[in-house]
Design a protein around this ligand. Structure first.
Ligand code: ATP
Length: 379
C-alpha cells in the first residue's frame, strides 16, 4: 500500500520557481507519468519525493506519513535514473545486491557475528537478486561488469537494482532515454508489464508524450512549474483542459485556428461552419469574442469521402502544399487563406500536391479555447 500525496508543494531555486503549488494524489499501485517540456519542473518534483531536494513550501506524504522531513534512506523509495549510475568496478550481481546488503539488512553480511544468521541473510539476498535478474532476463549476465553490457542491458540492471529492494514507491527519471528507438519501444512495453506485475506505485518522468501516453495509468502534464492537467491518457488526449495540453499531447500536434463565434457558427479566415448544439450552448457567452479552434490532424476528412460515424461540419477549401506518405495514412500539409495546418487521411485517398481539397471536420472532436485565458471552452 503506498499512496503519494503532494500538498501545496513549491520549490524555488533563487528567483526560479521550479515547481509552483503542486497538489497531486497518486493512488496505490498507480503508474503516474509526469510529462512536460524541458525545465517544466518534473524532475524537481520527483527529487523532492526522493529526498534529494527540500521543498520550499508544502508537504509530501506516503500513505498517511509525512516524508519530506525524513532522510532519503528512510523513505522506502527506489529511484532509477537516466544515467543508470551503476558501480563500474562491481559485477551485475553485486550492483543488484549492493542496496540490499546496505539498506535492507542495515548491516553487511560479513559483519554479522553469528555464522548461521549470516548464511540465512546471504541466501535471502541471493534469492532476491536472482529473482529480480530472472524477471528482467539478465540471469546470464550476473558475473559481468557494467562496461561489458549494452545500454539496454545496463538499463535492466538499474531496474533490477530498484525492484530487488521491494520499495513502496519507484521513481524513474527518463530511464529509457539512452536507448535506441527500437529497444526503447521494447523496453517500454516490458516496463509496463513489470510495473503491473509488481504492483508498486510508480512515478515516471519523461518529456516524450508518446511514452507518457503508453505507460501512464494517469498523466500529469506540467508547464513552467505548474500542473496543467492530470488524467488518464484518453482524458488528456480527448479532453485537454487548455491550449498547452492540447498542443503538447498528440502527434502530429493539434492544429489551431484563431477566429470567433457568432450566430452559432465558428468563423476564421480559413473556414466557417455551424457549431453542434452542445458547443453552441457552451460558447453562448462568447458572441463575437476571440476564440481558438483546435482540430487534430486525424479529425479532418475529405468532404467527398467521410468515414463512417463522423459528424461532418460544413466543408471548406484548402490547398495541398505537401503530401507526406506514412504507409497506411498520409499527412497533408494544407493552406487555407493564410493558415497552414496538417490533416491526416487514408493513404489510398487520390490527391496531388497543389490540388484544392474540400475538407470537413468531425464535429464530435471539436475543441474551442478562450483566446485570453487559453482554457478549454469545448473539449
Ligand atoms: P528536463 O526535462 O530538462 O530535465 P525538468 O522538467 O525535469 O527538465 P527541472 O530539472 O525540474 O525540469 O527544472 C525546473 C527548473 O528549475 C528549471 O528552470 C531548472 O533550470 C531549475 N533548476 C533545477 N534544478 C536547479 C538547481 N539545482 N539550481 C538552480 N535551478 C535549478
Amino acid at each position: 500500500m503506498a499512496q503519494v500525496t503532494f500538498s501545496n508543494i513549491t520549490k524555488r531555486f533563487g528567483t526560479v520557481i521550479a515547481v509552483n503549488d503542486l497538489n497531486l494524489e497518486i493512488k496505490d499501485q498507480e503508474f503516474m507519468v509526469f510529462v512536460g517540456p524541458s525545465g517544466c519542473g518534473k524532475t524537481t518534483a520527483l527529487r523532492m519525493l526522493a529526498g534529494l531536494e527540500e521543498p520550499s513550501e508544502g508537504s509530501i506524504s506516503v500513505d498517511d506519513r509525512r516524508v519530506d522531513d525524513l532522510s532519503p534512506r528512510d523513505r522506502d523509495i527506489a529511484m532509477v535514473f537516466q544515467s543508470y549510475a551503476l558501480y563500474p568496478h562491481m559485477t551485475v550481481y553485486d550492483n543488484i545486491a549492493f542496496s540490499l546488503r546496505l539498506r535492507e539488512l542495515k548491516t553487511t553480511v560479513w559483519q554479522l557475528s553469528h555464522w548461521g544468521e549470516a548464511q540465512n541473510v546471504k541466501r535471502s539476498i541471493d534469492e532476491r537478486v536472482k529473482a529480480a535478474a530472472q524477471m528482467l532476463g539478465i540471469l546470464e549476465l550476473l558475473h559481468r561488469k557494467p562496461k561489458e553490457l549494452s545500454g539496454g542491458q545496463r538499463q535492466r540492471v538499474a531496474l533490477a537494482r530498484a525492484i530487488v529492494r521491494k520499495p513502496k514507491v519507484f521513481l524513474m527519471d527518463e530511464p529509457l532515454s539512452n536507448l535506441d528507438a527500437k529497444l526503447r519501444d521494447q523496453t517500454r512495453a516490458e516496463l509496463k508489464k513489470l510495473q503491473e506485475a509488481l504492483g508498486v506505485t510508480t512515478l515516471y518522468v519523461t518529456h516524450d508524450q508518446k511514452e507518457a501516453m503508453t505507460l501512464g495509468s494517469r498523466i500529469a502534464v506540467m508547464n513552467h512549474g505548474k500542473l496543467q492537467q492530470v488524467g488518464t491518457p484518453e482524458e488528456v488526449y480527448h479532453h485537454p483542459a487548455n491550449l498547452f495540453v492540447a498542443g503538447f499531447i498528440g502527434t502530429p500536434p493539434m492544429n489551431f485556428f484563431k477566429g470567433s463565434v457568432s450566430d452559432g457558427a465558428f468563423q476564421s479566415p480559413a473556414m466557417r461552419f455551424s457549431l453542434p448544439p452542445e458547443a453552441m450552448e457552451k460558447t453562448r457567452a462568447y458572441g463575437g469574442k476571440p476564440v481558438i479552434l483546435g482540430v487534430r490532424p486525424q479529425d479532418f476528412f475529405p468532404a467527398d469521402a467521410p468515414a463512417p460515424r463522423v459528424q461532418p461540419s460544413e466543408p471548406f477549401e484548402a490547398r495541398i502544399d505537401v503530401i507526406e506518405p506514412l504507409g497506411d495514412r498520409m499527412d497533408l500539409h494544407l493552406v487555407a487563406g493564410e493558415t497552414r495546418f496538417i490533416a491526416q487521411v487514408n493513404a489510398d485517398y487520390a490527391c496531388h500536391e497543389q490540388d484544392t481539397l474540400r475538407l470537413a471536420i468531425d464535429l464530435r472532436r471539436l475543441h474551442l479555447f478562450d483566446q485570453q485565458t487559453e482554457q478549454a471552452i469545448v473539449s
